[in-house]
Design a protein around this ligand. Sequence first.
Ligand SMILES: [Zn+2]
Length: 277
Amino acid sequence: MMKYRILRKLTSLVCITIITLLHTNCSQINQNITSFNLYTTQEEMEIGYKISQQYEKQLSLIDDPEIVDYINEIGQRMVGVSKRKSIPFEFKVVDDLSVNAFALPGGFCYINTGLILFADTEAELASVIGHEIAHVVGEHSMKRLSKTRAINGVLQVGNILGLILFGQETTDNALLIADLASTGVLMNYSRGDELEADRLGIQQMHDAGFDPIGSQSFFKKLSKKDGGNSAGFFSTHPATDDRFKQAKRLIENLPNKNYDTLSNSKFDDIKSKISSR
Ligand SMILES: [Zn+2]
């Protein structure tokens, strides 16, 4: 009888210990993996390149050098002052009138013609390009992928990435890359990621000489258009109160600087060139 009672106590103690350990481990993992990146920069660039190739099969890219060079110049100015200038960013213009822009891991950035036309000033346009650069600087996609891999194990995402990195270019492999590209794992950013991209983006604008006030006026435009236009950048980047307040506070606290004028004739020329296409 005595033995049985001791055994029962021991059993419940073991159970409690296991539960506690599991709980502790889970919460530790959850805390760590949100800012944990399992991939090297080389792997990130490889993954980004493969996915960009897949995306570009479905996109219609603008090849007019004047338009592409203009966007590239704005982007490279901000990359040059960013915390990740070591990787070669690429900026491409997508012939698509919906308001959208996105960045893939490794610095492959895409800006829609619709976004360029939607911006009223060069500074507004720079604010969106800077925000997308900042998602790459913050390694947001790779952290998200690391988190997915930590939760699902290497079975799903790990296998897909293994094939992307080391596998042959088979049809199956291409389909897997397409699958990863379309699942939204890479660009389904958290609210924290968005706020960080705003913070880094505003700093990059300031350091590169673009007036950060452009990000605030762009937020205003996003919020006004929210009701009528719910696709693209409007749905992935809602102009929430916390984003607006953070931007306002950051801009107020920046040291004085002589920025470029909010807009210029080059910006107007590029817009009319796109409009007349
Ligand atoms: Zn974003």
